[in-house]
Design a protein around this ligand. Structure first.
Ligand code: AMP
Length: 214
């Protein structure tokens, strides 16, 4: 089973990817996390990635992302499936993924699209807080109390991601609409797209997703 999770930022694709990975014993590959760790490097490349992600809200160049993705996929045992979260983000990347998987004897089996309105996307991202240790995203005032300083899951520090600040949120959303949203139609034409409304609660989306996959 090789699954791509598609949706705007805040659509819950990371959360649902984690659940899918746990439920079906898949590896979970999250390009955003791979790049956030690359952005911490003080090399020129690290600084460039940091600027693109956190200031400009832009996509990181394919060469960088594909290298990180290829390394991550190669580390997954051959018999284990993968949930891809944050990749592909352009039709070109979707084509690259097909080739990469084919070369490794793998094949994409499901693409799960979690549509979400622009209003909900902006609202969720501005309220999103993230655990610095375990990476769990929380929604202020909903899944996390407004006064909480510690992650309810692991006790780690709660932070706001640099790219979840209002100015970067809008830029990222514009990138999504322009570059990533067209992938939905591309996969739909191939007949492997499953659409599950991303607006309801995490548990409801998960229930609907499982029912639709089965
Ligand atoms: P995410 O955590 O998935 O929201 O990703 C955070 C940021 O990482 C994005 O806004 C991009 O700057 C970068 N990024 C993640 N995945 C990709 C990708 N597939 N291609 C290019 N940039 C990416």
């Amino acid at each position: 089973m090789h699954v791509v999770l598609l949706g705007s930022q805040g659509s819950g694709k990371g959360t649902q990817a984690k659940r899918l990975a746990r439920h079906f014993r898949l590896a979970h590959i999250e390009t955003g996390a791979l790049l956030r760790s690359a952005a911490q490097s003080t090399t020129a490349l690290g600084r460039k990635i940091d600027h693109l992600m956190n200031v400009q809200g832009k996509l990181v160049p394919d060469a960088v992302v594909v290298k990180a993705l290829r390394e991550a996929v190669r580390q997954v045992p051959v018999r284990k499936g993968i949930a891809f979260d944050g990749y592909p983000r352009t039709i070109k990347q979707a084509r690259i993924l097909d080739v990469l998987l084919r070369r490794l004897g793998r094949r994409l089996t499901h693409v799960i699209y979690l549509p979400l309105s622009a209003a909900t996307t902006i609202q969720r991202l501005s309220l999103r807080r993230t655990c610095q240790s375990c990476g769990t995203p929380w929604i202020l005032g909903k899944t996390l109390s407004r006064s909480a300083k510690r992650c309810p899951a692991c006790g780690g520090n709660i932070i706001q991601r640099h790219d979840d600040k209002p100015t970067t949120i809008r830029k990222r959303l514009a990138e999504y609409v322009r570059k990533t949203a067209p992938i939905v139609g591309w996969y739909r034409q191939r007949g492997i797209l499953i659409e599950v409304d991303g607006e309801p609660s995490i548990d409801t989306v998960w229930k609907n997703l499982l029912r639709t996959i089965r």
